[in-house]
Design a protein around this ligand. Structure first.
Ligand SMILES: Nc1ncnc2c1ncn2[C@@H]1O[C@H](COP(=O)(O)OP(=O)(O)OP(=O)(O)O)[C@@H](O)[C@H]1O
Length: 203
């Protein structure tokens, strides 16, 4: 991960952020900041705009108004979306190597180590399309673990995971925050909030 910003500099600052579809507001104006060592839990009912907000913060959708400021050197957050972003006919290891080549890799982590952490040791040569939904989510978590980004944008990270997988996500978030990172996490409820310093953003 790049050097964390000074303690008083947020990793992410959002001011007056608004998003509309066909002139109907989806969310906003929103104002918040996320500092290193902090998790922001984005809560809201189905359709409240949680996924839309994370896609705007990931740079995949353009906001209608307002500003998003990243700390210097931290303008590429890691985004864990609903759908796994893997090449179906590449193996588990090939997918991770490809994505690390494209987006960079956290210096201290190895592909093998990340697969062991997420419970996919021994799946190196399995094709991505042969994985179950939960195994695909675990592969996405391995990619997240390998990412050099300090800011994690996690959209429903608990979906498709068993109880052990939910604890895995919480362990990963805690370790990432301890390491000077930060995370935005969407969830329908507080049923699986990570056990870390957490603030709420209700949509
Ligand atoms: N591609 C799209 N085209 C048009 N409208 C969309 C599109 N994606 C989402 N919407 C609408 O935008 C609103 C916000 O959707 P979004 O997916 O951000 O909600 P959410 O809070 O993540 O919901 P959920 O909890 O069901 O995942 C909803 O009313 C939805 O119908």
């Amino acid at each position: 991960m790049p050097n964390p910003p000074a303690a008083d500099t947020p990793l992410l600052t959002v001011r007056g952020l608004c998003f509309a579809r066909n002139d109907a507001p989806v969310f906003g104006p929103l104002d918040f900041a996320v500092h290193a060592g902090e998790a922001l839990l984005v809560q809201g009912a189905n359709g409240a705009g949680k996924t839309t907000l994370l896609r705007v913060l990931a740079g995949l959708l353009r906001a209608d108004a307002g500003g998003i400021t990243h700390a210097p050197g931290h303008d590429h957050p890691a985004y864990l979306g609903h759908l796994p972003a893997f090449k179906a006919d590449l193996s588990v290891v090939e997918n991770l190597a490809f994505l690390c080549g494209l987006h960079g890799q956290r210096g201290t982590q190895s592909v093998e180590g990340a697969l062991a952490i997420v419970g996919l040791a021994g799946f190196d040569d399995a094709l991505a399309r042969q994985l179950s939904a939960g195994q695909k989510k675990r592969l996405s978590l391995a990619r997240l673990w390998l990412s050099p980004a300090a800011l994690w944008l996690l959209d429903e990270p608990y979906a498709n995971l068993d109880l052990e997988g939910i604890e895995l996500v919480n362990r990963m978030v805690r370790a990432h925050l301890d390491d000077g990172g930060a995370a935005l996490v969407t969830t329908h409820g507080a049923y699986a909030a990570p056990p870390v310093r957490t603030r709420m953003l209700a949509l």
